[in-house]
Design a protein around this ligand. Structure first.
Ligand code: ADP
Ligand code: MG
Ligand code: MG
Length: 869
């Protein structure tokens, strides 16, 4: 089996064996970009290494040295040479990029002798000893597992003693001392000498990278991100180029477009006289890429050309690592750049307009879940003006966040789990902080740039982040931060604006998002492709308006019981429930009627000629009655009935299994006057709006919880009587439809018989899921996490439709229903109607529409388009 590929043997399509980094290094070399030569040991070699008990087979070792020989020829330098040694980097590279999770060693091949040779040969001892101390530091950390800070301590100590600001101030003598301290440290901790044989360094490094696939950071990153554990990592061995030779050298990272906004302008940072991770580590404050134009205009021009070439080649925004060695540019990595949702939309639309990608590609580039960020609030402008501005950092990841400050990941997690809104404040985050970042509303760091760990990870999570706010001094040990002469303690409120980098004291109020033209463009493209209609679940004119703003084409579920809870009318609702005669009940219902009619009029006016599906009363009646002694007494007084009488009614309504009890159309059967009032309110409202505004109102009356054909026959007939009489008496003419929810398994099984009496079906997948599984949504919380842990369920079936079981019922019902009535309109109105995987199922099952909450409407439009492409 071929376990090693030179860069010129690989290509970008070989990611699964070369890893992302190796495949792209190969691709870049082959399209003629300046990449230092190297070769890649495959992920398959890693898997094999793990399988045989973390051993490098003899044959693999030989092969490594064979490829190394070729590398020596290409560079005209020998590995281990004492005068002019070939140095390499050993870089891990997984198939899916895992930032900061796996480790890299630079300057490998140096030892006590060849460092002197390198110093002489380059006439730059500072550079040689700086490279050597870096090698020992990285080797000690990555290969030997000594914590990084133990090495940093020596550096810090020297800098303190000598009053240096930067690593670059260290002299040759300092570096020599540090090197000997480092070696001492290794001996003390691991009882071995730092290996002097370059070959030994190399093999140990390769093994360390392979083994790091299973270090705990990598494992937890894979767990959080759902990355399989059996992919393995490749190892890249690459000729070193040096950014730390002096002021005509440097290293940097850049995005071909702005990853926060999507602006079509190269965005990057670099440091002169620096190596490797210096830029992202936040050691010195990096310079913006535009400054390179002043310092080295030729390199800048070449770099701009490279970014163009890469975009034209990859047809996407790239995240690039580069090094400048004495005025020569080298590329060390390229990958698809992570970006905010806002940037993703802008880049996709811009690239389509530039002809780099087509519309289909633009649509499929965006993760529907991500765009929810764009629909979320920003700070209110006028509130912002009044707000107490504390500091300004980098606008690392947009959004607005308010919360209490916590200084460690553990405390942030604990506070969030207690239901608090949390802002995680750190000097700089590291992979150990991931959990705290996940739970926080926002992240604030005092150090680091746009490409620091905090910034990169926050953007990936779509979380508000302000990074590198230098005015803030964080004291993690004392759980405080200082700004000028003010102190903030754990638990104090602050607000972050990730779009401007501003940090405020206290809470700042927020407003709804406003949607960009590019966003609207992408949505209109989605509408061209999607086959599913997208409706919304809305109970108020306000929600309906929001949903229309987001592109809803109708209301798929309007729940009438929400209207009953209003404080003014709940009393009439209760009067109706305790009524001991039909007469009294009708009297109470008559009081409710004008309210209901006005509710519907409000909604019809917003929806105009779009269809509005209204569900008749669904929940069990006891939900409307009080529970505590005090409230019961108060209500009895209000209704002027004896407390005992009220208690008796409440007792009678009590149920063993309210989910399976006296609710839905069963109420319509037992108290026909309730549905009668509701139908009257719907139809009267429709007629009045038609008469007043001329809208062609499309009322769809939906009967919930039907399980038998006969239920629907009876309720439909009653509703038609009421409706037809009203219409007959009125000047205005409207049409209406009557349909049913399919949410009881029996209804799905007998959907053909039900369809005979229904103009439409709407799958109420919340109930259908709980009835199919036989557990209630309200009680499932107690065991569902265990089921997920033990992988009995892959996903929470209330969040993601169970396509296998519940989906089978849906498919059957659609087939039976349309068999009986080909023009039957079919939709879904459960939570699942806004979830991309479930939407895809609805597309494949050829439903007519999905209905979801207003804020998920754009997500549904995009997801539906992606399903159709
Ligand atoms: P990561 O996956 O953590 O980014 P990399 O392997 O990309 O790790 O390397 C870490 C840093 O070292 C990067 O800044 C990279 O550009 C730099 N680097 C890696 N190999 C070389 C090399 N051959 N010459 C110069 N710099 C290198
Ligand atoms: Mg890298
Ligand atoms: Mg239901």
């Amino acid at each position: 089996k071929k376990y090693i590929y030179a860069f010129e043997e690989g290509k970008k399509e070989m990611k699964s064996i070369l890893g992302g980094k190796g495949a792209n290094l190969a691709e870049m070399s082959n399209i003629g970009l300046p990449v230092p030569p190297g070769f890649t040991i495959t992920t398959e070699a890693c898997i094999h290494y793990i399988e045989i008990g973390e051993k490098l087979e003899e044959s693999l070792q030989e092969n490594i040295f064979k490829y190394l020989k070729d590398l020596e020829k290409k560079n005209e330098k020998n590995f281990g040479d004492l005068e002019d040694p070939l140095l390499v980097s050993v870089r891990s590279g997984a198939v899916i990029s895992m930032p900061g999770m796996m480790d890299t060693i630079l300057n490998l091949g140096l030892n006590d002798k060849s460092v002197e040779g390198l110093a002489k040969k380059t006439n730059n001892p500072r550079f040689a000893y700086d490279s050597y101390r870096r090698l020992i530091q990285m080797f000690g950390n990555v290969v030997l597992g000594i914590p990084g800070y133990e090495f940093d301590n020596f550096l810090e100590k020297t800098k303190d003693q000598k009053n240096y600001d930067n690593d670059t101030d260290l002299t040759v003598a300092d570096l020599k001392q540090i090197i000997s301290d480092f070696k001492e440290l290794i001996k003390e901790r691991k009882d071995i000498e730092f290996p002097q044989k370059p070959e030994e360094q190399l093999l140990m490094a390769v093994k360390a990278v392979f083994s790091s696939w299973n270090n705990s950071r990598a494992i937890s990153y894979r767990n959080i991100n759902d990355i399989p554990h059996d992919l393995g990592t490749a190892v890249n061995i690459q000729t070193m180029v040096f950014g730390n030779i002096g002021e005509s050298s440097g290293t940097g990272v850049a995005f071909t477009r702005n990853p926060a906004t999507g602006e079509n302008k190269v965005f990057g940072e670099f440091l002169l006289n620096a190596q490797g991770e210096d830029v992202v580590a936040g050691i010195r404050t990096p310079k913006s890429i535009s400054e390179l134009n002043n310092l080295m205009p030729d390199v800048y021009d070449e770099f701009m050309q490279v970014t163009k070439t890469l975009e034209e080649h990859y047809h996407d925004m790239q995240d690039i690592e580069f090094t400048i060695q004495e005025g020569d540019l080298y590329l060390l990595q390229t990958r698809t750049g992570k970006r905010t949702a806002d940037a993703a939309v802008n880049i996709a639309v811009d690239m389509e307009e530039e002809g780099l990608i087509d519309k289909e590609t633009a649509i499929t580039r965006i993760d529907p879940e991500d765009i929810s960020q764009l629909l979320h609030p920003n700070f209110k402008e006028d509130e912002l003006e009044k707000a107490d501005l504390l500091a300004k950092g980098l606008a690392a990841s947009p959004g607005a966040a308010t919360g209490k400050v916590y200084f460690t990941s553990e405390e942030a997690v604990a506070a969030a789990e207690d239901g608090e809104e949390v802002i995680l404040v750190r000097k700089e985050t590291s992979p150990e902080d991931i959990e705290g970042m996940v739970k926080a509303q926002g992240i604030l760091t005092s150090r680091g740039g746009m490409t620091s760990h905090a910034a990169v990870v926050a953007r990936g999570m779509g979380k508000c982040c302000v990074a590198g706010a230098g005015e803030i001094q964080v004291d993690e040990a004392e759980k405080k931060f200082f700004v000028n002469d003010r102190v903030f303690n754990e638990g104090d409120y602050i607000s972050l604006n990730g779009s401007t980098g501003e940090v405020y004291a206290g809470i700042v109020a927020t407003t709804d998002a406003n949607l960009s033209d590019n966003f609207k463009m992408l949505m209109s493209w989605s509408d061209e492709y999607r086959k599913l209609g997208v409706y919304t679940n809305a109970d108020t004119p306000h929600d309906a308006e929001v949903a229309i703003g987001f592109g809803a084409e109708g209301i798929g579920l309007c729940r009438t019981e929400h209207m009953f809870f209003d404080s003014e009318r709940i009393i009439s609702v209760r009067e109706m429930i305790v009524a001991d005669s039909k007469k009294k009940r009708e009297k109470a219902l008559a009081k409710l009627f004008p309210y209901q009619k006005d509710d519907f009029k409000g909604i019809f006016k917003v929806m105009q000629d779009k269809s509005v599906t209204i569900r008749l009363l669904d929940p069990p009646l006891h939900e409307f009655l009080p529970q505590t002694d005090r409230d019961i007494k108060a209500l009895a007084e209000q209704l002027s009935i004896p407390v005992e009488e009220l208690r008796r009614v409440i007792g009678e309504l009590e149920e063993m299994n309210p989910m399976l009890g006296h609710r839905g159309c069963r109420l319509g059967i037992t108290y026909p006057e309730i549905y009668e009032m509701q139908v009257k309110a719907i139809i009267s409202a429709a007629l009045e709006v038609k008469a007043e505004k001329g809208y062609d109102v499309k009322a769809e009356i939906m009967i919930p919880l039907v399980g038998s054909e006969k239920e629907l026959v009876i309720l439909r007939e009653k509703a038609e009587q009421v409706a037809d009489q009203l219409i007959a008496e009125s000047e205005a003419k409207i049409s209406y439809r009557i349909g049913t929810m399919i949410e009881i398994p029996r209804a799905a099984l007998l959907a053909d018989t039900i369809a005979r009496h229904a103009d439409f079906f709407s799958f109420g997948t919340n109930d259908l899921t709980q009835m199919t599984y036989g557990f209630s949504r309200d009680d499932a919380g107690k065991f569902i996490s265990k089921y997920l842990d033990q992988e009995i369920f892959a996903k929470d079936p209330f969040a993601v439709l169970d396509q296998q079981g519940v989906g089978k019922l849906i498919k059957m019902a659609v087939k039976l229903g349309r068999q009986e009535k080909p023009e039957l309109k079919v939709g879904i109105c459960g939570e699942h109607g806004g979830e991309p995987a479930s939407i895809d199922f609805c597309h494949r099952t050829k439903l007519n529409y999905v209905s979801c909450s207003p804020y998920r409407v754009p997500i549904a439009r995009l997801a539906a388009a992606q399903s159709a492409i």
